[in-house]
Design a protein around this ligand. Structure first.
Ligand code: ADP
Ligand code: GLC
Length: 485
């Protein structure tokens, strides 16, 4: 199958969250399954800086801009990456969506509309780049216009739209829709209009042949008002076309047995060495070095989704317990500020590192005993998988992919299968009582170790999920036999 994988970020070229990890590891797994899969993404400055031996394979013109299509390989892999090079729109420093002060780039509708127009050019094989696409796999709102624009053509590839996070929809003023010269009939509630605003994501939800999201639980949740962000009725309406496939992880990047970013590699048979990583972490973050004190890690975007409010509300109590907390994150400034204030008052208990740090993320996974992830919603989540693999027991809420991957240890009988701790509800009280449960287990070394071994034994590679995607691709193609170009 020839699959065009359209995404706005891919690790290691550009990453703001889990989408980048999935956009790198899923195509890689599909390539191993002998599919011809090629990634297409905007050529942001950071992408151009890291792309090796990029060569121009085509050019096109949209909205008055001359655009080059460059091709490279995803670093360390054989996956082809097509980069949409339009310097005026993408060759900017920093974050792909936000400017230096954290506001959306003013011209985001134009930037991502242009990106989608180029994806459509490639999908329809309109460029000198001669490759006939069977299926376009679109990811999140930044690629939502592609299924809508492709729907105008009788002979077109099949389309799958994956929701990684429904909270981000790409909503702009009505005028932006008309400024972009999009076909007028798309301006309807069955098209791209959302309460008189212009919605990118609706293009994917209304026009893709099939929709998927990144866990079975989230596929159910988004059909309800609590998690649907106003799109629950539309998603419920398309229920028959909607599936949930749990993300996998890159087991080479996240492997405690070979991880070069941690000081002491370990596996299930040498679990004792994990404590040397704990010592290294405590030293690095200026916490008292103590092998016996339980360490709770957190690595997160600091936004409401991640349950930072639950942590802040419980922190006065948490900090009284015999434990250490190690937080790595960046995001909304009021969260950053409050966490830093707490760390200043309790430097022996809480270490907060603001910013983005790949190496420290690995060191926290390796050096912590528990991992905090009390998300209010979590489409899939990747850090709980990394934690399981590193024998770091996750403490999570029962939402989305967390509910689908963490099995609560509830007592002696649960030790055979338990691999973490699940909050009974999304409250700070529940967080506190669940952390107490975790602490109690920490002091029962036999059970604790059993849970760690359970966690580390699980397979979270892409092996089975990539096959599920392949089946889904096949299903879309079978259902739409006439659409191949
Ligand atoms: P989301 O995509 O909603 O942020 P995920 O759990 O799917 O959540 O993915 C988050 C990814 O980003 C993980 O790979 C995590 O390790 C990484 N990450 C988040 N914040 C940081 C940070 N401050 N430093 C390093 N890595 C981070
Ligand atoms: C989103 C979600 C996260 C998911 C990731 C990759 O960023 O918030 O839960 O793991 O996408 O699918």
């Amino acid at each position: 199958m020839n699959i065009l994988f359209a995404t706005s970020e891919v690790y290691p070229l550009v990453k703001t969250g889990g989408l980048a990890d999935v956009s790198a590891s899923l195509p890689r797994a599909l390539l191993q399954l002998k599919q011809d899969i090629r990634i297409v993404l905007p050529a942001y400055q950071t992408v151009l800086e890291q792309a090796v031996a990029a060569k121009k394979v085509a050019e096109c013109h949209h909205y008055g801009f001359d655009i080059d299509i460059l091709q490279t390989l995803l670093p360390g892999t054989r996956v082809k990456v097509l980069m949409v090079d339009c310097p005026a729109l993408f060759d900017r420093p920093g974050n792909p969506y936000l400017n230096a002060i954290g506001d959306e780039w003013q011209d985001n509708p134009l930037r991502f509309a242009l990106f989608n127009q180029v994806v459509v050019d490639i999908a329809l094989n309109r460029l000198v780049y001669d490759w006939s696409v069977d299926l376009v796999h679109c990811n999140d709102w930044q690629t939502g216009l592609t299924p809508a624009l492709l729907s105008l053509f009788e002979h077109r590839p099949a389309t799958l739209f994956s929701i990684h996070n429904l909270a981000y929809q790409g909503i702009y003023a009505k005028q932006a829709f008309f400024d972009l010269g999009l076909p007028e009939y798309l301006w309807s509630m069955h098209g791209l209009e959302f309460h008189d605003l212009f919605s990118f994501i609706k293009g994917g939800l209304n026009f893709a042949d099939r929709i998927s999201t990144v866990s079975p639980s989230y596929a159910e949740e988004i059909q309800t008002a609590e998690y649907g962000y106003g799109l629950e009725d539309l998603l419920h309406h398309r229920k028959a076309d909607l599936s949930g496939i749990l993300n996998g992880i890159d087991t080479e990047v996240w492997n405690p047995g070979t991880d070069k970013l941690i000081t002491h590699q370990y596996n299930r048979r040498s679990l004792a060495k994990k404590s040397e990583n704990k010592r290294a972490l405590q030293q690095r973050l200026d916490l008292p070095v103590d092998a016996h004190i339980p360490v709770f890690g957190l690595i997160s975007r600091l936004v409401e989704q991640k349950g930072i409010d639950l942590i802040l509300a419980a922190l006065a109590e948490i900090i009284k317990r015999p434990l250490q907390l190690v937080f790595l994150g960046s995001g909304q400034s009021h969260y950053e500020q409050q966490l830093m204030d707490w760390a200043r008052i309790h430097p022996d208990k809480l270490a907060v590192f603001l910013g983005y740090d790949e190496a420290l993320a690995h060191q926290i996974e390796a050096g912590s005993d528990f991992f905090l992830m009390p998300s209010l919603f979590e489409p899939c989540g990747l850090n709980q998988f990394y934690s399981l693999r590193y024998g770091t027991l996750p403490v999570v809420t029962a939402v989305g992919g967390l509910a689908d991957s963490v099995i609560d240890y509830t007592g002696q009988s649960g030790a055979a299968s338990g691999n973490g701790f699940v909050l009974a509800e999304k409250t700070s009280d529940a967080l506190m009582t669940t952390m107490e449960r975790a602490l109690a287990v920490y002091h029962q070394p036999q059970i604790w170790q059993r849970l760690q071994l359970n966690a580390m034994a699980q397979d979270h590679s892409w092996k089975s999920s990539a096959k599920e995607y392949l089946q889904l691709y096949q299903m879309v193609l079978d259902q739409h036999p006439k659409v191949t170009v």
